[in-house]
Design a binder for this molecule. Structure first.
Ligand code: ARG
Length: 562
């Protein structure tokens, strides 16, 4: 509808000899504060320069140029002072939107802007050989949602997890396993056990030994490699279990370790392209000219490096996937690092470097504003958080009316817990630091994941006794009904906005508003046995579908009953 209005205004302006771009018109097209002023209002103030008239005159003139309008779409187009007010043909609009939502189902709101172009989204990318800490949760949640959004607007998305499977932490655990290791314990709970070993060895007195073992690993010492491989596999298995629980999928797993063998090639290439400088026996790329400091390529001792591996990996990814865009969803701490990385790729002559995007995010804080990732020096683990959240939601669910079987309770509590955590994150602008407050996240009231799931389940229970909602007639429309319809209409532009701003919070906030309006509607408009039953059921169904689509973009699964 917005597009249609823009078109109408554009044509009318053209007739007055004023040519404006769609975006320029869109800026002055707003939803007015109250419905008497129409469904959309166009403000003419900004045109005074061009028309050399006062805005009221301009509004009258544009209205005249519009002439007749399509009555199937609008009831009226009026002027009010400097404004042009557009009134939708509400019945037609309601019919159209509800019909679209209930027939297009999971496709409702999809766009085609991506045109099947390829986008590679790297996200999560935890460091393994230690449990999945909460530090990588934000990347997991946000990256997943970003990938969903790109898919929804028509991109072909490739989801990738780039594991931190190399580094000095492996020296530590290998050393500790060699010294105090116990195979049985390892097999029983590999990741927790590896952590135990890590803590044992993470001491000053063992530093030298750990370094030696890592050197052995880099030099492909047989024992070191065998242990490394076993640790990698065992931890990956556990990580995959967790991803499965969270409903997160990857198209492929890669890891830093895959690029050790590429180091020489990258160094050679940098050398050839005259980008390499020697600095106290280390090799660097000097980026001072670009205000980007220096980038370490190889250390004095010849050890491999995170950054060099990333260069090799980026080049590999392009060769393999020929992506149109590549996204790295990684915390803000690495802002500068990614600027350097992309600059070097550009200097190496890779045209696709400009299509690499670092999507960052702030930190989780606890209630005192301290970093949440570690508590009293200890890492906070995802599995523990999930267990705790699930047991809290279980209590909440039990408090509510309605009976639920034991298995259902387990499943339901887990889903609600995941929704609580995901939504608690995604409702915020990703760049902000956010307070990780489980008690708030799991509340069934207010701006929370459980509230959204609850609204969905409520709609489901209304629809439970009906089979088809596809035959309806609209006799009259209540203000709340039209409000809900308009919100459903907004979904497409919300998706577009989230995609353009690379910000899932736009969709999260929309979902909350949608549910609020739905609950208000349900409060004032009886559905079952009302005169308008057929239409209202269809409207409920449309709401349910749009909410499901929106939550799907956030990575949140709905529940039919709660
Ligand atoms: N594993 C890294 C870390 O935990 C994040 C990797 C980000 N991705 C990348 N291509 N550098 O800090």
């Amino acid at each position: 509808m917005k597009d249609l209005i823009i078109k109408i205004i554009k044509n009318a302006l053209k007739k007055s000899g004023v040519n404006l771009k769609n975006e320029e018109i869109e800026k002055f097209l707003k939803v007015p504060p109250s419905p008497e002023m129409g469904d959309y209002a166009f403000s003419c103030f900004f045109l005074t320069e061009k028309f050399k008239e006062d805005p009221h005159e301009i509004a009258l003139q544009i209205r005249k140029k519009i002439g007749n309008f399509p009555e199937t779409d609008f009831e009226d187009i009026q002027t009010a002072g400097p404004y042009l007010n557009f009134f939708f043909n509400r019945k037609n609009l309601a019919r159209k939107i509800v019909w679209e939502a209930i027939t297009q189902k999971k496709d409702y709101g999809k766009l085609k802007i991506g045109q099947r172009r390829k986008i590679l989204v790297e996200f999560s990318s935890p460091n393994i050989a230690k449990p999945f800490g909460i530090g990588h949760l934000r990347s997991t949640i946000i990256g997943n949602s970003i990938a969903n959004i790109f898919e929804f607007v028509g991109y072909k998305t490739i989801r990738m997890n780039y594991l931190g499977d190399w580094g000095t932490q492996f020296g530590k655990v290998i050393f500790a396993y060699d010294k105090f290791g116990n195979q049985k314990k390892l097999e029983k709970g590999p990741v927790k056990y590896l952590l135990e070993l890590y803590i044992k060895s993470n001491k000053k007195i063992y530093e030298e030994k750990a370094r030696e073992w890592f050197k052995k690993l880099e030099d492909k010492d047989r024992k070191a490699v065998i242990l490394w491989r076993a640790f990698r596999e065992l931890s990956l298995e556990e990580f995959q279990k967790l991803y499965k629980t969270l409903g997160i999928k990857f198209d492929f797993y890669d890891g830093e370790s895959n690029y050790n063998k590429e180091m020489k090639k990258v160094i050679f290439e940098l050398e050839e392209k005259k980008l390499l400088t020697k600095s106290k026996n280390a090799l660097i790329v000097d980026l001072e000219k670009y205000n980007l400091g220096v980038f370490l390529i190889q250390k004095t001792d010849g050890a491999t490096l995170y950054g060099t591996r990333d260069l090799a990996s980026a080049i590999f990814r392009y060769k393999k996937y020929k992506f149109d865009k590549m996204i790295y969803e990684v915390g803000q701490e690495q802002n500068f690092y990614f600027k350097q990385l992309f600059k070097i790729l550009e200097l190496m002559g890779y045209k696709w470097a400009k299509n690499c995007i670092h999507i960052n995010h702030g930190l989780y804080l606890d209630k005192d504003g301290k970093r949440f990732a570690t508590r009293k020096g200890k890492t906070v683990f995802m599995q523990d958080i999930l267990d705790k959240t699930t047991s809290l939601t279980k209590k909440e669910i039990k408090k509510r009316p309605g009976r639920i079987s034991k298995e259902n309770l387990e499943e339901c509590a887990l889903k609600v817990a995941i929704a609580a955590i995901f939504y608690g994150d995604l409702k915020n602008n990703r760049k902000n630091n956010i307070v990780f407050d489980i008690k708030k996240f799991i509340s069934f009231e207010g701006d929370t994941g459980p509230y959204l799931l609850y609204s969905y389940a409520r709609a489901s229970s209304i629809l439970k006794k009906t089979k088809n909602t596809d035959k309806f007639e609209i006799i009259d429309l209540d203000e709340k009904e039209i409000e809900l319809v308009k919100k459903l209409l907004e979904f497409k532009s919300v998706v577009l906005d989230a995609y353009k701003s690379l910000n899932p919070s736009v969709i999260a906030n929309y979902s909350f508003q949608l549910c609020k309006i739905f609950n208000e509607f349900y409060h004032v408009c009886p559905v079952i046995n009302s005169k308008q039953e057929a239409f209202r059921l269809a409207l409920v169904e449309a709401f349910r579908q749009v909410l499901k689509n929106a939550l799907g973009l956030l990575g949140i699964k709905t529940l039919e009953r709660m």
